[in-house]
Design a binder for this molecule. Structure first.
Ligand code: DGL
Length: 263
């Protein structure tokens, strides 16, 4: 069995890179649903049905554990997948998201005020606020949707993405931790850190997910024992174009991205 990683597009490759660097021995399958990107502007019903389809696909690719790197899909679909879909469809498969590990990291330095920058759908779900307050009920949480950032990054307009991100960052200058709650935002983390006072901790998922998954597998030997160790990575998308090919090559120069069959 392999480790599956699912995202709405190729942003999740940044998280995959963290996994591969922390645990190069495993076999990984990455699936980016580029045909339906961006998820952040879709309805909850659409995000749920795309996510179910993506999980079915990764299961068909022999994944025994699947990490939903997409914050939007985690926010909308993870609970349903874990509680309803997986127990019936494939009870031996484990599906995990990115929100809980991120929340743990954001609270690790005794924060009293936490900010969240995410897509519209993630903010609408209030998943970060809910999970943060489960651990720390008196926490102050500010959730802000940043609808311009994903399209600007997708259009390769980093000047626009960085200047918008810095505008958002300025409204978070009096908080303790800022969660970058979207797979695309690690690409903007330097610009965001520059715009914030040094004491504000910027929680970027590429810096935490490698260690979190490693720790999870260490604590769940029953899953770890089923995972193959061939050191491979396959990158699949539902729709391939030259822009996606170049984006994937920048992060993994040795892997050729492929369009899946029957997308
Ligand atoms: N991958 C999504 C996330 O982490 C953002 C991109 C999109 O809107 O599809 O929330």
């Amino acid at each position: 069995m392999k480790i599956g990683v699912f995202d709405s597009g190729l942003g999740g490759l940044v998280i995959t890179k963290a996994f591969v660097e922390a645990m190069p021995e495993y076999d990984y399958v990455y699936y980016g649903d580029t045909a339906h990107l961006p998820y952040g502007e879709k309805t909850s019903g659409q995000i749920l049905s795309y996510s179910i389809e993506a999980i079915k696909y990764l299961i068909s690719q022999k994944c025994g554990i699947i990490i939903i790197a997409c914050n939007t899909a985690t926010s909308i679909a993870l609970r349903y997948l874990q509680q309803r879909f997986i127990p019936e469809y494939a009870p031996d498969i484990k599906v995990l998201g990115v929100v809980i590990p991120t929340v743990e990291e954001a609270l690790s330095d005794n924060a009293v005020k936490v900010g969240v920058l995410a897509t519209q759908a993630t903010v609408r779900s209030h998943i970060y606020q809910t999970e943060l307050k489960k651990i720390k009920p008196d926490l102050e949480v500010i959730e802000t949707a940043a609808p311009e950032l994903v399209p600007a990054i997708e259009n390769n307009d980093f000047a626009l993405a960085e200047s918008k991100a810095q505008e958002y960052a300025k409204s978070f200058s009096d908080i303790d931790s800022l969660i970058l709650g979207c797979t695309h935002y690690p690409l903007l983390k330097q610009a965001i850190r520059q715009a914030l006072p040094e004491r504000v901790k910027v929680v970027s998922q590429d810096e935490l997910m490698g260690a979190k998954l490693k720790d999870y597998l260490y604590r769940h030997m029953e899953i770890d024992i089923c995972l193959s160790r061939g050191g491979s990575l396959q990158i699949l998308v539902s729709k391939l174009n030259e822009h996606y090919r170049q984006t994937a090559l920048r992060l993994f120069p040795e892997v050729e991205v492929e369009e899946r069959e029957n997308a």
